[in-house]
Design a protein around this ligand. Structure first.
Ligand code: TXA
Ligand code: MG
Length: 335
């Protein structure tokens, strides 16, 4: 590692020790990091995000050996999943160790833990030597940041430092599996699919019931409205795309279109983004694309509905929430 990177990491560690916030890259999205053992620093995370204090944070660890400092009564399935997927985009919900504060867990008896797969995050964690609590580094309810510039746009001076690790490889948030209730429950889909979890656990993970629309959801990422751009967003089937867009244009509405199955038809006056036609590339580009088109002042973001197959599931989940999140302001654009 270059000496300038080491200096940056040393500065980041000093800031965390002083109770400040440091955003850092992970393979999924950027995190807004704070010392997970410092309640005052954790309070700053909630203030910076505008996030309700009862929404728990994920604690990031350097490696699996630190698991029992943060969790207790750890089931075998947790070790098996950690061995299979860490470092990687998987968060485990386990019974918390008694030393873990309510500020991290939102007062719950469980804690979310993960070892991220990013060289900057791992170097930062090793140098800090303890857990770093980090939600995605966006304002509450908005799109997660996948570059350092996105973090600055979202949080500005609310964060003391942003470690720049380039664009996040995965691009959507980690898969969350709750192992605190006996059988595994998939709380948030992600790059690591239910099939991969099932193979390691020897049983299919349960899915939570309908998306949680209560005012204080245990998993904010499971709230029906989340990950939303400011511009209304509408999902339209591949077959209906052409007619829908023609009708918008007749009505005088310029739209941004995120389509994967077809390039911009020559006559379209809409702002067209051709997205990758396979899920890994699509996930990688999605949040940056939503941010770009959100900033253009179009009336509506139109997203071509995704295939229904398993590899697309986590991405379709995020898009659905983005559409619901923009619903109140969407009415105007609907007719
Ligand atoms: O990929 C990720 O998971 C990113 C990177 C930065 O690691 N982090 C992230 O954090 O997405 P956040 O806070 O935006 O979403 C984490 C989700 C939240 O929905 C939170 O409620 C849930 O994890 N969570 C954390 N601890 C939990 C717990 N004890 N029980 C249930 N859900 C929990
Ligand atoms: Mg988030």
């Amino acid at each position: 590692m270059s000496s300038s990177v080491s200096r940056e990491i040393a500065r980041a560690v000093a800031l965390l020790r002083a109770g400040e916030l440091v955003a850092f890259p992970t393979e999924t999205v950027y995190g807004l990091g704070a010392d997970a053992r410092n309640p005052a620093a954790l309070a700053r995370v909630f203030a910076a995000k505008g996030r309700p204090a009862n929404h728990p944070l994920i604690v990031h660890l350097h490696d699996i050996r630190h698991l029992d400092e943060w969790a207790q009564e750890i089931p075998d399935s947790a070790f098996a999943l950690a061995k299979a997927f860490w470092p990687g985009p998987l968060t485990l919900i386990l019974k918390r160790a008694s030393s873990v504060s309510d500020a991290v867990t939102g007062g719950q008896a469980t804690v979310g833990l993960r070892v991220p797969d990013h060289p900057v995050a791992l170097t930062f964690l090793a140098a800090f030597g303890s857990g770093i609590a980090a939600p995605s580094a966006n304002r509450h309810g908005r799109i997660s940041p996948t570059t350092a510039a996105h973090v600055r746009d979202e949080l500005g001076s609310r964060v003391s430092m942003v470690l720049d690790g380039g664009a996040c490889a995965v691009g959507i948030e980690s898969t969350i599996v709750d192992l605190s209730r006996g059988l595994p429950v998939l709380l948030r889909p992600g790059r690591i699919g239910a099939d991969q979890i099932a193979r390691v656990c020897g049983q299919d993970p349960a899915m939570p019931a309908a998306p949680d629309s209560s005012p204080a959801p245990r998993v904010p990422g499971s709230h029906a409205a989340h990950y939303a751009p400011a511009t209304p967003l509408r999902i339209v089937t591949t077959d209906g795309l052409r007619d829908f867009l023609d009708a918008r244009w007749q009505a005088g509405h310029r739209c941004a279109v995120l389509a994967y199955s077809q390039p911009n038809p020559a006559h379209s006056q809409h702002l067209w983004r051709t997205m990758p036609a396979e899920p890994a590339g699509y996930a990688h580009d999605l949040y940056a694309a939503m941010r770009d088109v959100d900033a253009t002042g179009v009336r509506l973001i139109v997203v071509e509905a995704l295939p229904g197959s398993e590899p697309w599931r986590a991405i379709a989940d995020r898009l659905r929430r983005a559409a619901v999140g923009s619903e109140e302001i969407r009415d105007d654009a609907r007719h």
